[in-house]
Design a protein around this ligand. Structure first.
Ligand SMILES: Nc1ncnc2c1ncn2[C@@H]1O[C@H](COP(=O)(O)OP(=O)(O)OP(=O)(O)O)[C@@H](O)[C@H]1O
Ligand SMILES: Cc1cn([C@H]2C[C@H](O)[C@@H](COP(=O)(O)O)O2)c(=O)[nH]c1=O
Length: 214
């Protein structure tokens, strides 16, 4: 098996974490220690990236400058790629990340209106051309995702969950633009379906990539 890097993307409450919880044991059964599940901001066993996560998601800094925020995400991603993702791929592991660079282009570029191309350029500096082999995009109307979060997660709302519906609509439009621009990499699944069906669609998308070079 050759190393593969897959990212999950989508607006708040799209179901990425719920799906990962189910896919993780299935994939572990098949690939054992060759599987690495990670997330952004931050990253598995990556203290620097996790420290940046604590700052960038903290509700303690509601007035953080939006360029500072974009730079922090990119810095955390650089550390994640260099110290966690690339070494795992070099060891032929499968790396599955809950969010990656498309989150920055959609949230900071489109949502915060820094410009998708500007945020892409910032991240090009951090990533030096590195991208996932496949990105599974959980497509959901932002209102539905936010409703799910409000219903289930009253106690763990982060700073971005508190942004306006207009912000989340711009994020969603940004993701749609990304999916149109890169249909070979970004697989769109309907995240408004019942969870069991979303799990199945994500499973198919992941397996399509993993089976390619077996
Ligand atoms: N297909 C679904 N139908 C109904 N409810 C769902 C579905 N998928 C997830 N949920 C519920 O929606 C809430 C948010 O799901 P989850 O945390 O998995 O989303 P997420 O994409 O990881 O969100 P975030 O990026 O904001 O952390 C959870 O309470 C979960 O139980
Ligand atoms: C990687 C990344 C993330 N974000 C935002 C998106 C979410 O609101 C939070 C992450 O928490 P979740 O539980 O995964 O939803 O961070 C962002 O704005 N930009 C990024 O690059």
């Amino acid at each position: 098996m050759v190393g593969k890097f897959i990212s999950f993307e989508g607006p708040e409450g799209a179901g990425k974490t719920s799906v990962l919880k189910v896919l993780m044991p299935r994939l572990q059964k098949q690939y054992g220690s060759q599987l690495l599940i990670t997330r952004e901001p931050g990253g598995t066993d990556n203290p620097v990236a996790e420290a940046i996560r604590d700052v960038v998601l903290s509700p303690a800094y509601p007035t953080m400058d939006i360029r500072t925020e974009a730079l922090l995400y990119a810095a955390s991603r650089r550390e994640h790629v260099q110290k966690t993702i690339k070494p795992a791929l070099a060891a032929n592991k499968i790396v599955l990340s809950d969010r990656f660079v498309d989150s920055s282009i959609a949230y900071q570029g489109a949502g915060r209106e820094l410009g998708m191309d500007n945020v892409r350029a910032l991240n090009d500096f951090a990533l030096e051309g590195f991208l996932p082999d496949c990105t599974v995009y959980f497509n959901i109307r932002p209102e539905i995702g936010l409703e799910r979060i409000q219903a289930h997660r009253q106690n763990e709302i982060n700073r971005l969950d508190l942004d306006s519906i207009e912000f989340h609509q711009r994020v969603s439009a940004g993701y749609h633009q990304l999916a149109q621009q890169d249909p070979k990499r970004i697989v769109v699944i309907d995240a408004e379906q019942p969870l069991e069906q979303v799990i199945e669609d994500a499973w198919q998308a992941v397996n399509r990539v993993l089976k390619m070079e077996e």
